[in-house]
Design a protein around this ligand. Structure first.
Ligand SMILES: O=C[C@H](O)COP(=O)(O)O
Length: 288
């Protein structure tokens, strides 16, 4: 059921400043940071794709129309980043890596540093994705330290948090989310280039999307946590995006929720037309 909406979108804070217009990014390294929430859509391609499919996807994305006020980043596997950087329309899409190392360059076989990403012109990195937490043993502390290091290197960070079904059903959801957020709060000093992605693990790749009410409840709670620890001004500006089985059929209803500032999309980001529709669902909240 759709949330009650007025013709104008709700303002999170009575004291919210007027929208600050930010010029569209012309360079790969510019992370557009407005002083007001700007709808943000990330496409996390995960470990998917081939030379042929990436070429097709890039062509599909370039053919699509993205509302000007919606910020979109695509996150290919490392090996395809160069191709995507050369061919994806930079006026519509920026790039994100799916991970980076916790410190600078050095003897860390198989890793890529935040400094290298910045050097190569990749402006964003996804950190703390549940797949890295679960499959690669990344703890809250590691995610917090990676985030602060990436920010210091000049990247924007999409920091992921989320509970498992067992944690939700067992009543541990808020404890888990608070601990994940606290680790970020402890390490991150400047939140202007941070996007928080709420991704309930039970919704990732399952086809079971959180209801708009479930997502809104958690997003509002995450924002309240940030207001308590970082102040209302930071919390109000922070983009909190939802991820977990978002597709072109369910995005519009989710996008209407007051505290949903965008999406982190997995499977549907591999289909150009569907991903474009998801980007377009943010048009109502787009900042010019
Ligand atoms: O990073 C994206 C999330 O893991 C969501 O993946 P999904 O859209 O395939 O559920």
């Amino acid at each position: 059921m759709l949330a009650k909406r007025s013709a104008t979108l709700p303002c999170r804070s009575a004291a919210a400043k007027p929208v600050v217009r930010v010029p569209a990014s012309r360079g790969r390294l510019q992370v557009a940071c407005s002083s007001h929430a700007k709808f943000f859509v990330g496409g996390n391609w995960k470990c998917n794709g081939s030379v042929a499919s990436v070429r097709t996807l890039v062509d599909e994305l370039n053919a699509g129309s993205v509302p000007k006020g919606v910020e979109v980043v695509c996150s290919p596997p490392y090996i395809y980043i160069d191709y995507v950087m050369q061919h994806l329309d930079a006026q519509k899409f920026a790039l994100a890596a799916q991970n980076c190392w916790i410190s600078g360059n050095g003897a860390f076989t198989g890793e890529v540093s935040a400094e290298q990403l910045a050097d190569f012109g990749v402006p964003w990195v996804i950190l703390g994705h549940s797949e890295r937490r679960a499959l690669c043993g990344e703890t809250n502390e590691v995610v917090g330290k990676k985030s602060s290091h990436a920010l210091a290197a000049g990247l924007g960070v999409i920091a992921c948090v989320g509970e498992t079904l067992e944690q939700r059903n067992g009543g541990a959801m808020w404890t888990v989310l608070d601990a994940q957020m606290k680790a970020l709060v402890d390490e991150i000093k400047d939140w202007s280039k941070v996007v928080v992605a709420y991704e309930p693990v039970w919704a990732i790749g399952t086809g079971v999307v959180a209801t708009p009410e479930q997502a809104q409840e958690v997003h509002a709670r995450l924002r309240a946590f940030c207001a308590k620890h970082l102040g209302a001004a930071v919390a109000d500006k922070l983009r909190i995006i939802y991820g977990g089985s978002v597709n072109d059929a369910n995005c519009a209803e989710l996008a209407l929720q007051e505290d949903i500032d965008g999406f982190l999309v997995g499977g549907a980001s591999l289909k150009g037309p569907a991903f474009i529709k998801i980007c377009q669902s943010g048009a109502a909240k787009a900042q010019p």
